[in-house]
Ligand binder design. Sequence first.
Ligand SMILES: [Zn+2]
Length: 202
Amino acid sequence: MSQEWNIRSRGHVCSLCQKPLADRSPVVSALRETTDGYERFDCHPECWKTAQRDWEPFSQWDGVYFAPVKEEKKEALKKEDAGEILRQLVTLDDPAMKNVVYVLAVMLERSKILVERDAKELEDGTIRRVYEDRKQGDTFVILDPRIRLENLAEVQGQVVALLSGTKTLGEVAKEEEDVSASAEGPQEEPKGADEASEPETA
Ligand SMILES: [Zn+2]
């Protein structure tokens, strides 16, 4: 089942009056919960203020609208790769990858690619964080898995391996599944266990 509802693109016209949003002008964005995900609104602040509505936004923030530009700089490739990997991960919506998705989002936030717009604690105690791509304006709704500090370095290592291309999404997903399967009991496997070294008897 695809969970693409976790990503919402920014609109280029006002969701309320349908007139274009002007480049570098203020915009009010909001997410509305629906039965199958989220509906996104991007509006002129005036339209948002004056429109009548009978629903409460899941999340709402003030931003600035940037008209799409054609990127020609190649130096930005690395960062766009990271954003593209996040996009794939969020679309996959694999529960085993929840730590990786979250740490990647935080890293992208620290490198000023994403900005955290909101954080919501749901009734089941989980936290959903709303991140927005500063340039493209896409919104990512990401589960905060509340990673324990002792696990953080390991997850960061996996993210770095993904970004550098030394591991594929599938390889990292497999590792994460193994980790969550063994997370039930105390950790028995010593780190860095050398699985490949089978004793050879000639
Ligand atoms: Zn409008």
